[in-house]
Design a protein around this ligand. Structure first.
Ligand SMILES: [Zn+2]
Length: 112
């Protein structure tokens, strides 16, 4: 579903989309829809030091993390290979020996 905004000039509800532009039939104003699209940047995930992480990176855990639903703790210094970035609060998907598949928060890891 395309969500067409009101005209930013006259607030008309009758704006329509023409290719990558929105056009207002009432005042003739045209504006770009790519502005709002470009805000939806790629899902950029950064580690605790602000380095950008990418799929396949190796990371290390920078503080002990409790594992949800278990009494286990992921130890600081645990290295994790071949991460995969996902959307959401826990934005790193990975497999950890002895724990299996897990999702971690990027703020608790560091790229190696
Ligand atoms: Zn208008």
């Amino acid at each position: 579903m395309t969500n067409i905004p009101n005209c930013p000039k006259c607030n008309s509800e009758y704006a329509y989309e023409d290719r990558s532009l929105f056009v207002c039939p009432e005042c003739g104003h045209e504006w770009s829809s790519s502005e709002s699209e470009s805000v939806e940047e790629q899902n950029i995930v950064k580690d605790a030091h602000g380095n950008t992480l990418t799929d396949g990176d190796t990371i290390t855990i920078i503080k002990d993390l409790k594992v949800k639903g278990s009494s286990s703790v992921l130890k600081q210094g645990t290295n994790i290979k071949n991460i995969r970035l996902v959307e959401g609060d826990h934005n790193i998907e990975c497999k950890i020996a002895g724990f299996g598949a897990m999702n971690l928060k990027s703020e608790f890891v560091k790229k190696i």
